[in-house]
Design a protein. Structure first.
Length: 505
């Protein structure tokens, strides 16, 4: 199957890229391993940043300054400036295509303050912002005739003899068949990798770093993989996100004694460490929104109330919500330039799998949705422009993928148990507070696990809808990505944002 632009991933970044490429006149195909409206974008609840000044004074310069401060000196100022300057246009575009933003009394897009921001800057749709944006983008893409195919799992990128990326090798989950898709340019919008932390993550089980691992195998450069953002407020038992909107609307973070022990609107890395330190003292930690009242909670935080009742058996109108910090967002990813092109010719990337150097060591809350719109457009537009000038190339000889080795693998070791072990190990030793000695331990364990992969074969040998096979391939990708995270963490000798070394490190 041949296209001008092939997009892998149908979350907010992938759909925005598809819309932009289609509007440039490209023949576009979007492949996704699950259905578009189930992507991780829907978990970005609190808002999307733009210096509109709709509820108080604000400026683009303040947005830039807040982003750079949060990034701890690890962001590229030019890229940050571009993103923040494009933010008002991004909101106008989203509003224009039908995103149902909440409104002020005078019908302007409503805004709230999130952690690390100097002004109420996050435009929101109750506490369903990412979900509402995602559905709006999906509708827009469909209206333009963008073709999408679901249940397509990325195995590897295809490259021509001169190293240009010219397509992708895909496993059709429904049939079990391996397929080849050819294109003049490819956009990876495949999401992040915080599911390496397993049940200690807010992310869905599909955030396994597949695109990053495939790009790495193809020779693309990765950057800042050690920077993993922990969200301060995940539900204690399920790790499901309690949106930053809860704090933005005035929620209090308290301990078992009912004491407020920190500033709730600190940047996420600082607040996560404050909560972690309190938990290390033996305290339970909660977010308390009772004082907001039922009417405000139901109007502005309806999802948080539903989630707390469903997963914690707590009604936040009457009780504080038990929380813990959990892995949430991965700042590291595939290095891209100012055109969203990777180090490989013909390969572009956007969204959480890409590193546009705008988040640095700690992402400012509200900037992830902004990034997917601003750089999703850039990736789609530039991939389409590249395709206009490019020929459709034939792939060179492919390298072997773990899928082709599976028939020789035995089933002596249950990889699900190893996957859970890896998640717990990462949460404990590659988490909020790190020690170089423990990072070295994890690195050694990763090498052991990798050597044991041939003994972790499948228990299900069926071809059709073999979820056991998909989960094993995801595990292999997570293992590869985990190695890059630990390598980066060991190489960085001093604390910086989300990479925080204890005094004993």
């Amino acid at each position: 199957m041949k296209r001008d632009v092939l997009i892998i991933g149908a979350g907010g970044a992938g759909l925005t890229a598809a819309i932009a490429a289609k509007e440039e006149g490209a023949d576009v195909l979007v492949l996704t391993k699950e259905y578009p409206t189930r992507s991780q974008t829907c978990m970005a609840q609190g808002g999307i940043n733009a210096a509109l000044g709709n509820v108080s004074e604000d400026s683009v310069e303040a947005h830039i300054a807040d982003t750079l401060k949060s990034a701890q000196g690890q962001a590229d100022e030019e890229a940050v400036r571009f993103m923040c300057m494009q933010a008002p246009t991004a909101i106008s575009w989203l509003d224009g295509i039908g995103t149902p933003f909440s409104r002020t009394a005078d019908a302007k897009v409503a805004q709230r303050r999130l952690g690390g921001a100097s002004a109420p800057r996050a435009c929101y749709a109750q506490d369903y912002t990412g979900l509402k944006i995602l559905h709006t983008l999906y509708d827009k893409a469909l209206s333009l005739g963008v073709e999408m195919q679901a249940e397509k799992y990325l195995l590897d990128l295809l490259k021509s003899e001169d190293g240009t990326v010219c397509g992708a090798k895909i496993l059709d989950i429904r049939t079990g068949e391996v397929e080849h898709y050819f294109a003049k340019s490819v956009v990876l919008a495949s999401g992040g990798y915080s599911r390496v932390y397993g049940k200690f993550s807010t992310n869905s089980k599909t955030s396994t770093g597949d695109g990053i691992a495939a790009a790495k195998r193809a020779g693309a450069k990765l950057l800042d993989m050690e920077f993993v953002q922990f969200h301060p407020t995940g539900l204690k038992n399920s790790s499901i996100l309690v949106s930053e909107a809860a704090r933005g609307e005035g929620g209090h973070v308290i301990n078992s004694k009912g004491e407020r022990f920190t500033d709730e609107l600190l940047p996420r890395d600082m607040l996560s460490r404050a909560i972690h330190a309190e938990m290390q003292k033996g305290e339970d930690v909660f977010i308390d929104i009772r004082h907001l009242g039922e009417e405000v909670i139901d109007e502005l935080l309806p999802q948080e109330r539903k989630l707390a009742k469903l997963y914690e058996n707590v009604d936040p109108v009457y009780e504080p919500i038990p929380i813990k910090p959990v892995a949430h967002y991965t700042m590291g990813g595939i290095e891209v330039d100012n055109k969203s092109q990777t180090s490989l010719k013909g390969l572009f990337a956007c969204g959480e799998c890409a590193n546009h150097k705008v988040h640095g060591a700690n992402r400012l809350g509200g900037n992830s949705l902004l990034e997917i719109v601003v750089f999703g457009k850039e990736a789609g537009k530039n991939a389409a422009l590249f395709a206009k000038e490019a020929d459709l190339l034939a792939p060179a000889t492919e390298q072997k993928h773990p899928l082709e080795e599976l028939e020789r693998y035995t089933n002596e070791i249950n990889f699900y148990e190893v996957r859970d072990e890896l998640a717990a190990l990462f949460y404990e030793k590659v988490g909020i507070v790190r020690h170089h000695s423990e990072l070295a331990e994890v690195q050694n364990r990763l090498r052991e696990i990798e050597s044991l992969l041939p003994k972790m074969g499948l228990s299900d040998t069926n071809k059709i809808y073999n979820t056991n096979k998909i989960e094993f391939l995801e595990f292999c990708n997570m293992l590869d990505v985990a190695k890059s995270v630990v390598e980066g963490a060991l190489a960085r000798k001093s604390s910086c944002g989300a990479h925080y070394l204890s005094e004993e490190a």
